[in-house]
Design a protein around this ligand. Structure first.
Ligand code: SF4
Ligand code: SF4
Length: 458
């Protein structure tokens, strides 16, 4: 039976030109990542270190979070704790409403996507403006990100040109990337100047100093916090790391893995409120503590959201971000979705050929494919085992448990060659499209063995 993912993937593949363009573009990023990683002799050592630091921090999360919060408060920052998405949204709204904020500018944050913060604030009359170029494009289109680092990767420059023509009044037919960036910059400048508050995500929270670190290529996190007087930083609790030495390890891995750059253009450290301003850090759990308690899958929390696993994944590259049912697509999204709600997002586990490429590129060594394999074993418990596979497995078990019946079935199998040999297997499973049924051999291995037709080399 076709899963939601495979149906959506087929839809994506209908536009051959675009599908090929996305595949090639993402592969290009993967190649750049390879070049960058190979330029460092200590690359594998860095990956081992990053994985060990994350394992250590996540397994001592309570201690590091307390230390982080204590140091942030010493710096004059107000620290809030949100148990779930609902609480997170309420805290943000309360901060904004109590200070009469009407407009919020924000830099990219997948956590706010996870909590559906924009929708919540807009419902309460607060204007939210995305300032990352990709995020702004999809906001103008009322779409969701299709990639965690390149949220508008599913769009061509011509489509963006047309959008800007309609929404920003850019020149007709001009889809030159430099020109379009200039148009976005110009319109965002007004938003920065008129916003009352700025919100950023947090790539890392340093326990030793209580500061958050935000990595961007456009400087929009700095713009979002340099002009408005109120800065809110939204941070998932797994983002805490011990100290500057740890940051040095992650910093060398993040941009190289994400986009093949030695470092992001801007790495901004926010430690305390600006003079006369306010800074709030909201530490969000939203299911992370339960993920931590999952013995098989807790290492997913090591993820630093570089997107490298998506760029390399042959399934993601050829099916697009919107074919997955969880808001984070690709290998990491398959796993996070299952951790979030296995019953709702189980369709995505079929979006994997178990090629292991994601494991090999992940800078923090999340064992993504192994976990996807494990999730597949859990489908039965979740009541999500595909019925066709269940029938086939039961049939196989029935025959394999009865050697005589198995032998008879093998002996009779050449009889059906005339009917099915060479026919396409589409009717059996989608995988069969383009694959033909092979012929059954006239004699089984066992019959040949008995007749001495098989040589035993020993
Ligand atoms: S193992 Fe699966 S999820 Fe990972 S890259 Fe290969 S196909 Fe994609
Ligand atoms: S799982 Fe690894 S490769 Fe994938 S986004 Fe996270 S850190 Fe990057």
């Amino acid at each position: 039976m076709a899963t939601k993912h495979s149906k959506a993937a087929r839809q994506f593949q209908r536009n051959k030109e675009k599908a090929e363009w996305q595949d090639n573009t993402l592969w290009g990023v993967r190649v750049k990542r390879d070049r960058m990683s190979k330029s460092l002799d200590e690359w594998e050592e860095l990956r081992n270190l990053a994985s060990a630091i994350k394992r250590h921090t996540i397994s001592h999360l309570d201690e590091y979070l307390e230390k982080f919060a204590e140091n942030a408060e010493k710096n004059g920052v107000t620290v809030h704790w949100a148990a779930d998405a609902g609480q997170f949204n309420e805290i943000v709204l309360e901060i904004l409403q109590s200070r009469n904020v009407r407009k919020l500018v924000k830099s990219k944050s997948m956590l706010t996507e996870e909590c559906l913060m924009n929708e919540y604030l807009l419902k309460h009359g607060i204007d939210v403006v995305e300032t990352d170029l990709g995020e702004r494009i999809i906001q103008l289109l009322d779409q969701k990100p299709s990639h965690i680092v390149m949220p508008a990767i599913h769009l061509t420059q011509e489509e963006v040109g047309q959008l800007f023509e309609e929404k920003l009044g850019s020149e007709q037919g001009n889809s030159d990337p430099a020109y379009l960036t200039y148009c976005a910059r110009k319109s965002l400048r007004d938003e920065f100047l008129t916003a009352d508050a700025g919100l950023t995500g947090a790539n890392f929270g340093i326990a030793d100093t209580g500061e958050v670190v935000v990595c961007t290529n456009e400087g929009n996190a700095d713009m979002s916090t340099a002009i408005p007087n109120i800065h809110i930083a939204a941070m998932g609790i797994e983002k805490v790391i011990p100290d500057y030495n740890s940051l040095a390890v992650f910093h060398r891995l993040l941009a190289r893995s994400a986009t093949g750059q030695p470092a992001t253009t801007f790495t901004s450290h926010f430690r305390k409120p600006r003079q006369g301003g306010q800074m709030h850090i909201i530490l969000v759990d939203n299911g992370r503590s339960s993920m931590l308690a999952d013995q098989l899958h807790w290492e997913t929390l090591k993820c630093i959201r570089c997107g490298a696993c998506m760029n390399t994944c042959p399934v993601y590259r050829r099916s697009g971000g919107y074919s997955y049912t969880y808001f984070i697509p690709g290998p990491i999204g398959v796993n996070l979705g299952m951790l979030r709600d296995g019953k709702t997002y189980s369709d995505n586990v079929s979006a994997c050929s178990l090629c292991c490429s994601c494991d090999n590129v992940c800078p923090v060594k999340v064992n993504l494919s192994e976990q996807i394999y494990d999730w597949r074993q859990e489908l039965k418990t979740l009541g999500k085992e595909p019925s066709s596979k269940k029938v086939m497995s039961c049939g196989m078990k029935f025959i394999f448990d009865k050697p005589r019946l198995y032998d008879t079935a093998l002996r009779c199998s050449p009889l059906i060659n005339a009917f099915i040999s060479g026919s396409e297997l589409t009717g059996v499973h989608l995988w069969g499209k383009g694959r033909n049924m092979p012929e059954f051999a006239k004699e089984s291995f066992s019959q040949m063995w008995k007749k001495g037709k098989v040589q035993n080399d020993k």
